[in-house]
Design a protein around this ligand. Structure first.
Ligand code: DGL
Length: 259
């Protein structure tokens, strides 16, 4: 493909920054625009219709900003709105955060893999269906873990409370005997350390890097500008965490979108 000027990424909040961080390592000089829809956070507990509405308005905004490659840096939006966005914006290239990880899983030897996600992602069955379509012998067990996003967005990373809640979820029978674990929400890669303190011998899938590699394959544009950051609601907590966790002390511009 040709003519891509900027890469647009969006998520309900901080989560997509794990994908942006991985992408900045592979394509450091490529202009990227990030939109965090903090006004509507969390997406994981919303209906598909609501997530489609928010996502459509954001993609229109990113398109107007000159983005031609859009990374749906949110599993909930990838699951609930991915198809609708591709249909509504045929002129754009979309990379969702589910397909590259499914491709990765499909290439693994047969084993039991756990997946933690939001309610929206788990109820969609997207990972299992896509994996089954690839005739993979990987057995996927998905578990909705809705407390994790509010914990992360509220700054509980590294407090021990994050590890306690994660440990509680990982005791679920669905997670018994897993040999790999997928953080099926873009916020969850931030829990890698907490997970390592609970699970031993379980491979933590580096979903952001896998997605970033898929994005890099599509990039044909210039390497020139920096990143631009937008929010639908400005909260001190979000700005503090973006700086503390991701080292982003850029100007976050407030842009409210109609959905
Ligand atoms: N980070 C998002 C995801 O990957 C959304 C989390 C949320 O807002 O519930 O699903």
């Amino acid at each position: 493909m040709s003519g891509i000027q900027k890469i647009g990424l969006f998520d309900s909040g901080l989560g997509g920054l794990t994908v942006l961080r991985a992408l900045n390592k592979i394509l450091p000089g490529v202009p990227k625009v990030y939109y965090g829809d903090t006004l509507h956070l969390p997406y994981g507990d919303k209906s598909d219709a609501a997530i489609i509405g928010y996502s459509t308005a954001i993609v229109q905004f990113l398109k107007d900003e000159g983005c031609q490659l859009i990374v749906i840096a949110c599993n909930s939006a990838s699951a609930a709105a991915g198809k609708a966005l591709v249909e509504q914006f045929p002129e754009l290239t979309f990379i969702n955060v589910i397909d590259p990880v499914v491709d990765y899983l499909a290439a693994l030897p047969p084993q039991k893999v756990g997946l933690l996600g939001t309610r929206a992602t788990v109820r969609s069955g997207a990972y299992s269906q896509k994996l089954a379509a690839k005739n993979s012998e990987v057995e996927l067990h998905a578990l909705a873990t809705p407390l994790l996003v509010p914990l992360i967005e509220d700054g509980f990373l590294g407090t021990g409370i994050d590890a306690s809640v994660l440990a509680h979820y990982l005791k679920d029978p669905a997670m018994k005997g897993i040999t790999s674990l997928v953080p099926g929400c873009t916020h969850y890669p931030l829990l890698e350390e907490a997970a390592a303190s609970i699970l031993s011998g379980v491979h933590w899938v580096d979903a952001p890097s896998i997605v970033a590699q898929a994005v890099a394959k599509h990039w044909t544009g210039e390497h020139s500008e920096g990143n631009a950051f937008y929010l639908s609601d400005r909260t001190d907590n979000f700005l503090r965490l973006a700086e503390k966790t991701f080292g982003i002390d850029a100007q976050w511009e407030l842009v409210r979108l109609e959905d």
